[in-house]
Design a protein around this ligand. Structure first.
Ligand SMILES: *Cc1c(COP(=O)(O)O)cnc(C)c1O
Length: 414
């Protein structure tokens, strides 16, 4: 039986990846060719067309006036950030290093914001010199900025990152509500706002980011509504008008069987209602969404080569040249409570039927180095290519690349 050559591959988790003559296509190029371009395996390939389509979809659905920012820590590869800088309204950075990449990418400093707990004095100085918006997360950061500003004469633009008095329901990773190291507790914000006023820093608004990897539209809508109300309430004590209200993001992508893509339409419709209200209740305030994973996660594949195929007491093992040191999340060791397989395929045998379950393991001397636990795959031989999908976010840069001293994977923007 022949399959339509452009049909979505059997194991592809999203509509973005097709195959032809049995080969996975990455932005139209067969995976073996991309591997040759990379020069070696393993490699991460990020498909520009997938990123562009995702941005276009968001642009079409987001209400006018809502700014779309890219949270760089999801994937800080400079070439990818350069592409993003031309497509989104702003970049959010989480370190002095990311700030340099954002500036290199040509993003206007006015459209860069810097969040993160424990910003070092040197990083605050960098941000001040560049003139970016600093999302302050403690009283210490405010005092430090005032001092640096006095010393240098550079104006400190600040927004207060608020640890809200509510939690995001059903987020994969909660980063707000209850005791948290992120932001300033909502109840401490009024006092900090008075201090910002006394010190004469340029207050611009609030930043509320409650969590990551949320696939539940209702939970996101609820979180955005509550963040909006909280910001308006806190705004009463602010030393100036609200110019920016960063509502965070946390839009998730499906990784595992049974997970469904986020329903974007209702989230955007609810945002449109908030945007309308904001025009009346906080005139002049710009709403911002900062998305990381949702913009790039589905665009990336991690490709490694099969080095060995073994049977151990009846169980098949496919050994590849990549693993947890290069893709910690796919190995289940980055935030997952229960280890589940990322979507994965034999990328040069997309048209072949599965022959049975095999575990895909890496070269490290630890049983944690597992890319797939007993997954259905066609028969593999050394030299074949294994592709792990949904690998565009929190892959390369969120992995312990030095563990066991293997060379780093290549990264390509295709
Ligand atoms: C990590 C982070 C993001 C991006 O989160 P995603 O789930 O990748 O969209 C956005 N804002 C802040 C403050 C973050 O720390």
């Amino acid at each position: 039986m022949t399959k339509s050559s452009s049909a979505a591959p059997r194991h592809a988790p999203n509509e973005f990846f097709a195959s032809e003559h049995g080969e996975l296509l990455i932005n139209g190029l067969p995976v073996s060719r991309v591997a040759a371009m990379a020069g070696r395996t393993p490699f991460y390939a990020y498909d520009r067309s997938v990123i562009e389509r995702r941005v276009q979809t968001l642009r079409r659905l987001l209400p006018p006036g809502v700014q779309l920012h890219y949270a760089m820590k999801a994937n800080p590869m400079p070439a990818l950030v350069g592409l993003m800088a031309q497509r989104v309204d702003g970049l959010d950075v989480a370190s002095g290093g990311e700030l340099r990449v954002a500036l290199d990418a040509g993003m206007a400093p006015a459209r860069i914001s810097f969040a993160g707990p424990g910003k070092r004095e040197g990083e605050l100085r960098q941000a001040l010199a560049a003139g970016v918006l600093i999302n302050v997360e403690s009283a210490r950061e405010v005092e430090c900025l005032a001092q640096l500003s006095d010393e240098t004469g550079w104006k400190a633009r600040v927004a207060v990152r608020v640890n809200p008095d509510f939690e995001l329901r059903s987020a994969g990773m909660r980063m707000g509500g209850g005791p948290k190291q992120f932001g300033v507790d909502a109840e401490q914000v009024p006092a900090l706002l008075r201090r910002i006023g006394v010190l004469g820093l340029a207050f611009e608004g609030f930043h509320i980011y409650a969590g990551s990897q949320n696939l539940n539209a209702d939970a996101l809508i609820d979180m955005q509504r509550r963040s909006f109300e909280l910001a308006l309430r806190l705004g009463d004590d602010a030393p100036g008008p609200l110019k920016v209200l960063n509502l965070g993001g946390g839009f998730g992508i499906p990784y595992f069987p049974g997970e469904r893509a986020l329903a974007l339409e209702p989230v955007c419709e609810a945002l449109a209602v908030i945007a309308d209200e904001a025009r009346l209740r906080a005139p002049g305030a710009e709403l911002v969404l900062e998305l990381g994973r949702y913009l790039v996660g589905e665009a990336g594949v991690y490709v490694c080569r099969v080095t060995d195929c073994k049977m151990s007491r009846g169980q098949a093992f496919v050994v590849v040249d990549g693993g947890m040191h290069q893709h910690l999340a796919a190995s289940g060791n980055f935030g997952q409570v229960i280890r589940r397989n990322y979507p994965l395929a034999l990328a040069n045998r997309m048209d072949q039927p599965a022959s049975g379950p095999a575990s895909v393991v890496g070269p490290l001397c630890t049983p944690l180095d597992l890319l797939a636990d007993k997954t259905d795959l066609p028969d593999a031989v050394p030299g074949d290519l294994v592709a792990v999908f949904q690998s565009g976010a929190y892959g390369f840069s969120a992995s312990p690349l030095g563990f066991l001293g293997h060379p780093e994977p290549v990264q390509l923007l295709v």
